[in-house]
Every structure is written in structure tokens, then in C-alpha cells.
Design a protein around this ligand. Structure first.
Ligand code: F0G
Length: 350
């Protein structure tokens, strides 16, 4: 049977009824790609959950199909979100499909080009604020409390419900949950959703074990690791440039209940993992997505996996094409030659 989107696929695990109008772009059913280089490096079997292959290029679509369907069920006309880019891309696409207006607040100057283009072409009202994501989130929360506008950030519980389907897919794919699950942490909605999904599948006897959750924050945007709000978060991985995550407590619970950890990875480690994925596994992700892989490499160096067996899944949250500027900045540049065979052969080294 062809895939009909995450709501139809996992309806019995989701708070939808017969009357819920399903707004879908057929998100989900993303590939779980074996990673040869990471498996060799760690000695465990490593898989990449490539969420960049969702319709708008990130995992947000799983949550947005739920949030927008429920908003439509409630006859909402306008949705709003704060975003480092992917939430706004997804919200604007699903709102367009539902015939709703979308308003998105982004931190001026700190959003990847592709994501900005997405929100704009889907006809969102895009507002760049002179502040960061945390300030934008505070503002949209206030607006949604005072006006008839539905908030579609991950503080909206339907977002978490939709996003938990990624865990279900992984378990269905592997025949069980993995032993470790590595994931980037920004606003902390996704680690919360994955852990909820793993627990529900386990309780339903659809899986036989639970993974240890391994979360990774960028070093200068790591409020959970340092246990304090970061007023001026910084990182090259703009998607996770967040200093006061909404699902902070839930992320800590996922870490502690699973016996996992939340650690930092530096921008250098993120870029190294980003390049490695593209160069050896043929998988192009955006920098924030590489935080999960950077984390696994870091843990391997600290011998965390020593003597351990089993499977590691790394979530790759968004597509590399979202942020082409970063890719171009971090590799050698194309050479320019005359349109002559001899010049070309010289350059190729033939
Ligand atoms: N990776 C990417 C590519 C993201 O866009 C985000 C979050 C994360 C990881 C972190 O996920 O917030 O659930 O912990 N992006 C949000 C946005 C904040 O506005 O698009 P999280």
C-alpha cells in the first residue's frame, strides 16, 4: 500500500478522529540509511534517519500535519510560529494547503536562505525580528494567548504527537527500537517526541526495548547541558541557535529516563561531521542535523561505545540544500578554465 502520510499510517496512536480533516503532504516514510563510515568507526551498526527527505525538507512536517489538521478541525483561520527556519517553512506550506494564513517570526540575519525562500513562496507573512528565536517565541506565545491565532511551535502538543511517528518508523524498519538514539537538540521538541514515541511503542508491545537517548546541543547554545538560560546563543548551526528551549524539562526527562545523556558539540565538530556525511555516505544535511553525528563521533573518542554492541540511529533533521551558503563556504571552490579541451585535461590531471 502506498504511504498516505503519518496520520493515516499511525492513526491509532494519534489524537485524531473521523471528523479531523487530514492536511498532509505525504510526509514521513523517510529512509533509514546504513552508514558505512560510522559503523566502521564505532563498531556498532549505525543508521541515518534522513528527515531531510520530508516534503519541506525537515522533520517538522510530521508535527505540522498534525498541528494544521487539528487547527483546521477547530476552524482556525490563522497560524503563527517563531522559527529558526524549518518550522516556518513547514507551517507555511501546510497552512497554504489548508487555505489558512500563516505568520512567521524569524530572527533577522540568522536564518538559512532556503528556509526563508520557502516561507516566502508559500505566502506566509514573514516578519524578521531584531532579536533571537527565544525572544520571537515569547512574542508569538503572547499573541496566540490574546488573539484567535493558533500557535504551531512545538509547545503545541499536536506537534509532538506527529513527530513521535519517526520513532515508530524506526522500530518498524529495524524490527525493534535501536540501542542508542542520537539527536540534535534546539527547542527540545524533537527529543521529547522521539522518547514519547519509543515509550508508546514499547508499552504497546510493538517493540521490545527502549533506546538510550543521546542529545547534542551546539557548544555556545547549550542551556540544557549547562543547566542555565543562555541569553545570547551562538552557533553556525542556526537551526539550533536557542538559549531557552520550550521543552527543556521534557528533554531532561528523556535523557534521565532512558539512561542517556545530553552533551555539547562544537561548531568545528559539527562541520567535520557535516562534511564527513556528505563525502563518505553521500548524504547532504544542514549543519544542525550533523550535530547528532558529531555527538556520536565525540562519544566514540571518549570510548563511550567501547565493549557495547547493537544499533545506533542518528536523526538527520534537515536537508543540506536548506543552507547552501554553509556548504560552499566550507569546501574548496570550483576552478574556472577556458572552454578548451587541453586546459580542461590539465585541470583534471589527465
Ligand atoms: N535540526 C533542525 C534542522 C531544526 O530545524 C531544529 C529546530 C532542530 C534540529 C532541533 O529540534 O527544536 O525540536 O530540539 N528547529 C526549530 C525551527 C527551532 O524553528 O525550525 P528541536
Amino acid at each position: 500500500m502506498s504511504h498516505k502520510g503519518v496520520i493515516e499510517q499511525y492513526r491509532k496512536f494519534l489524537p485524531v478522529g473521523d471528523k479531523t480533516p487530514v492536511v498532509t503532504l505525504l510526509e514521513g516514510d523517510t529512509p533509514l540509511i546504513p552508514s558505512k563510515c560510522l559503523s566502521e568507526l564505532t563498531g556498532l551498526e549505525v543508521f541515518l534517519k534522513y528527515e531531510g527527505l520530508n516534503p519541506t525538507g525537515s522533520f517538522k512536517d510530521r508535527g505540522m500535519t498534525m498541528a494544521i489538521s487539528k487547527a483546521l478541525e477547530d476552524k482556525a483561520k490563522v497560524v503563527i510560529c517563531a522559527s529558526t527556519g524549518n518550522t516556518s517553512a513547514s507551517a507555511s506550506a501546510y497552512a497554504a494547503r489548508a487555505g489558512m494564513k500563516s505568520v512567521v517570526l524569524i530572527p533577522e540575519g540568522n536564518i538559512a536562505l532556503g528556509k526563508l525562500a520557502q516561507a516566502m513562496i508559500h505566502n506566509a507573512q514573514v516578519i524578521a525580528i531584531k532579536g533571537n528565536f527565544d525572544q520571537a517565541l515569547t512574542l508569538v506565545k503572547e499573541i496566540s494567548q490574546k488573539y484567535p491565532i493558533v500557535l504551531v511551535n512545538s509547545v503545541n502538543p499536536f506537534r509532538i504527537e506527529g513527530q513521535k511517528t519517526a520513532s515508530f518508523e524506526i522500530c518498524d524498519n529495524l524490527g525493534d527500537a535501536p540501542d542508542f538514539h542520537a539527536i540534535p537538540v534546539g527547542n527540545a521538541g524533537n527529543i521529547t517526541a522521539y522518547w514519547k514515541g519509543y515509550k508508546e511503542y514499547f508499552e504497546n508491545k510493538s517493540s521490545r526495548k527502549l533506546p538510550k537517548m543521546l542529545g547534542f546541543q551546539a557548544a555556545d547554545s547549550a542551556p540544557i547541558v549547562y543547566d542555565k538560560i543562555i541569553d545570547k546563543p551562538e552557533t553556525i548551526a542556526t537551526a539550533i541557535r536557542i538559549g531557552n528551549p520550550a521543552s527543556w524539562k521534557q528533554a531532561v526527562a528523556a535523557r534521565d529516563e532512558s539512561g542517556g545523556l545530553i552533551d555539547i558539540v562544537t561548531d568545528e565538530e559539527i562541520i567535520e561531521a557535516y562534511k564527513m556525511l556528505a563525502k563518505y555516505d553521500g548524504v547532504f544535511v544542514e549543519p544542525a542535523s550533523a550535530a547528532s553525528v558529531a555527538g556520536v563521533i565525540k562519544l566514540r573518542k571518549k570510548e563511550y561505545f567501547k565493549g557495547k554492541k547493537g544499533r545506533i540511529v542518528c536523526t538527520l533533521t534537515g536537508h543540506g540544500l536548506k543552507d547552501p551558503n554553509i556548504a560552499i563556504k566550507n569546501v574548496s571552490q570550483p576552478v574556472s578554465v577556458e572552454a578548451k579541451l587541453k586546459d580542461l585535461l590539465d585541470v583534471i590531471g589527465l
